[in-house]
Design a protein around this ligand. Structure first.
Ligand SMILES: Nc1nc2c(ncn2[C@@H]2O[C@H](COP(=O)(O)OP(=O)(O)OP(=O)(O)O)[C@@H](O)[C@H]2O)c(=O)[nH]1
Ligand SMILES: [Mg+2]
Length: 253
């Protein structure tokens, strides 16, 4: 398998459909977001990136963060990418933004291109255009905001309408650190996730709780799906998440 170069941490705001292509593939103005993704859901970039980054990867996937405004999507991405927490005043995302991170999964370099969407209603039509090419979705609610939890069902309806049928989906209850402000119990999140058959964990962009685990679990699932090796046992995302939660002694689902 040939090694490809990854674009390193490019950020762009305001729904950069064409910009995304021009940065990622040197292919501006293609029309829809990520329309170069083959049907099997794996992106094998056809040429070296325009970036002068030296990060190489074998396979790439698109992961999308969705959920109400203010649940912590941008903070979760910044925590994962940079290991930092964006404290202070809340700056709502405009349109859509993305960052890349390459993970080493069992010796395979997996690039995640992570799309951070705007949770505000007025940007919903922009977000819809990106669902189709997402290989995985992290759906967030805020454990201190009951409305964001109640809206999960509506988000799931939207996901079923716009995303690929076999998209990898995970539910995350963010801001688990905010003990005093919590209004949604972990058990409620677990129950909802069970109802819809999706893996679940609580996270905190502030402390970093389960942030790496959430992205790693998704990357593992995508890698296993795309490189099925008959000699390897089947990877089960649910089981992996539950096992990891148990072994960390935290937040069993
Ligand atoms: N305590 C705590 N606060 C958080 C956490 N994650 C995010 N926040 C705070 O929540 C607010 C919103 O975070 P963002 O990441 O900007 O929210 P968002 O989901 O990207 O919002 P939109 O871009 O409008 O969709 C900010 O003030 C963050 O500091 C967390 O894990 N714990
Ligand atoms: Mg944001």
């Amino acid at each position: 398998m040939s090694r490809k170069r990854a674009v390193k941490s490019k950020t762009s705001t305001a729904a950069p459909t064409a910009a995304l292509h021009s940065k990622e593939n040197g292919n501006a103005g293609k029309g829809t977001a990520g329309s170069d993704a083959p049907l099997n859901g794996v992106v094998y970039p056809s040429r070296p990136s325009l970036s002068n980054s030296s990060e190489f990867y074998d396979i790439a996937f698109k992961v999308m963060l969705v959920g109400d405004s203010g649940v912590g999507k941008t903070c979760l991405l910044v925590r994962f990418k940079d290991g930092a927490f964006l404290a202070g005043s809340f700056i709502s995302t405009v349109g859509i933004d993305f960052r890349n991170k390459v993970l080493n999964i069992d010796g395979v370099k997996v690039k995640l291109q992570i799309w951070d969407t705007a949770g505000q209603e007025r940007f919903r039509s922009v977000t819809h255009a990106y669902y189709r090419d997402a290989h995985a979705l992290l759906l967030l609610y805020d454990v201190t905001n009951k409305t964001s939890f109640d809206n999960i069902q509506a988000w799931l309806t939207e996901i079923h309408e716009y995303a690929q049928q076999d998209v990898v989906l995970m539910l995350l209850g963010n801001k688990a650190d905010a003990t005093h402000e919590r209004v949604v119990k972990r058990e409620e999140g677990e129950k909802l996730a069970k109802e819809f058959g999706v893996p679940f964990m609580e996270t905190s962009a502030k402390t970093g709780l389960n942030v790496d685990l959430a992205f790693l679990a998704v990357a593992k699932e995508l890698k296993h799906r795309s490189m099925r090796n008959p000699n390897e046992p089947t990877f089960k995302l649910h089981d992996y998440v539950n096992k990891e939660m148990k072994s960390s002694g935290c937040c069993k689902s």
